[in-house]
Design a binder for this molecule. Sequence first.
Ligand code: GTP
Ligand code: MG
Length: 652
Amino acid sequence: MANELFNNINAFDQWKNDVNNLLVRLKIWLKRNQFFDQNFENQIDTFQDFLKQEYLTLAFVGEFSRGKTELINALFFSEYGQRILPSEAGRTTMCPTELFYDKKENRPYLRLLPIESRMKPTTLSEYRENPSHWREIPLLTGSALEMTQSLKMITETKKVGKDIAKKLGFDLTLLEHNDEKGQVEIPVWRHALVSFPHDLLIKGLRIIDTPGLNALGSEPELTLKVLPQVQAILFLLGADTGITASDMKIWQDYIQPLADENGLDTFVVLNKIDTLEDELSETASIENNLSKVIKNTCSQLNLNLNQVIPISAKKALIGKVRNDAQQLSKSKIDKLEHYLATNLLSHKKQLVVDSLFTHTENMISQAIHMATQKSEAMFLQRKQFEQITGDNTSKIEEMVEENKASMSKYEHQLVAIKPSQRLLERQSKILLDIVASETISKLVDQTIKQLVNSKTTVALFRHMNEFYDAVEKIISELNHEAELTNKMTISLYQKFNDDFGLNLLEPKYVPARRITNDLRNIIKHSKRLENNLITAFTEQSIAVSRFFSGTVTDLVSSFKQARKSLRIWTQNVLSPLSHQLKIQKSSISEYESELDALKQSRSFVGGKIKGLNRLIDDLEYEIENANNMKVELYRFKPEVSSSNVVSFTRSA
Ligand SMILES: Nc1nc2c(ncn2[C@@H]2O[C@H](COP(=O)(O)OP(=O)(O)OP(=O)(O)O)[C@@H](O)[C@H]2O)c(=O)[nH]1
Ligand SMILES: [Mg+2]
């Protein structure tokens, strides 16, 4: 697969480049035609940033020792001829490990965040922004041995007293005990970042390896923030153990909800199928046995037979390292590799098609619309000029009068439309006030005070619920005002079209649904985690403060995002109006000075018609150019096949 996956990821990378080039061309087009303004600049910049930062992320989740790390080694690192990431019997990967390539720093490294960082309410994403809190180890990627040696640090543990372990958020029942001194074993590191110049990682693939050890329960940010944003989750089970109670808990508490609510692609991988083999058994009976185990797994997880993929990661790794076709075929890894290669990109389609494709298409349509209108104004002028034959002074006077009338009508209408425009501006301010940073920080401060003063768990829950209710009230208010604003916008556009005899494109609606979904998702995840957290963290105050700081950080950043998208919306909705007005005004004034010149010299008519012809031709060429960009954009539209697989290869 490495090849199939590489080809697909490469196609996605190429696709991002193509769309980026198109955006650059659109920018140049808009500048050349003097339509480029702050609104276009903001939109294009946002999309270009988005394209640059896009990662395709694959997360490996499951109970300890199910073979997550072995599978990563087999899928991506077999060319090193040995296990690059440490995988051993028992608990091995001790902290969530992200493998990617840091394009900004453009160098390999291993960064480790000490477990003690859990004592502070600072979130993982905040730590991520600040490398000084991490221990950095150089990665010598040229030598497999040295790299393996450095990456061994991911498995480091240490012994601490139970009270410290509790304070760090560990569930003592899940830790290995050293009863002599009453100590327990905990991971040395909280999170590992591995920047690694591997072909696939350079092209934008990111892999997240998680430890068993209730990592999801004790690191809420992973569940709340990191996992919902990945493209696919591989949930690993072991054919040797079957589905244990803790496998089931991970499935029900974390994986299934993510698949249901976030539409995440989930691959259920039944690993270690080689353990079902027995030297004395016939192949047919081994296959029979495997079918039974798969059926069993499916019925326990309520899945269809084709949703569970059986493999042997160990045989796949050995087969690849030794170039042993028989082992490789027994590993059945090819089916998983094919699934991954073709499905990894499918979840991207929503993001890409919705946010990027539609908006770019809108921008191009708006550009074509403006250029067409300018061209129509030129046609009209040319028609007028063509009616002037010989010494037709009265015709010119008539034209001057008509133009004066147009100007005064224009000015009159401009005044008439101002109140609705101001109303819309006021309305947009009301929307922004609803999601103001002061609103959320006041609510947070008040809730934190209440939580700190809570004497009982019941009181604690009550205050958290009051907080959620308050956020829900903000959402309702926003939706109510958004509905009003949409009505106003429609009537403003209608009035504008009627009064100015123009044909504005459909107005964009306030992005209230997206904001609502974002906020409700955070609350939903947060509520679901609440119960797990309170039981997992025996040290309640730390549990609450960390849990709350994660949710609060998400909400605060969601509010910020909401303000940004509301501001962009306001610009988007008002800028076509000011554009149209500007075009109309400048064509009336230009026409006025041309008529003046015409009065001075009749010979001007011929030259003017020629000039207009040239301008009309130029505009026609530019409109064709913009139409071509639209056609090209459609060629970049990812194709979604009936099996929900997206192909980013360009159609001819
Ligand atoms: N027989 C057999 N053993 C396997 C297979 N895959 C992994 N193992 C072994 O199972 C043990 C655990 O594998 P890991 O990859 O460390 O498991 P993990 O899920 O990453 O476990 P943690 O890091 O502790 O969460 C190792 O000894 C592997 O060699 C397999 O397909 N068959
Ligand atoms: Mg592991």
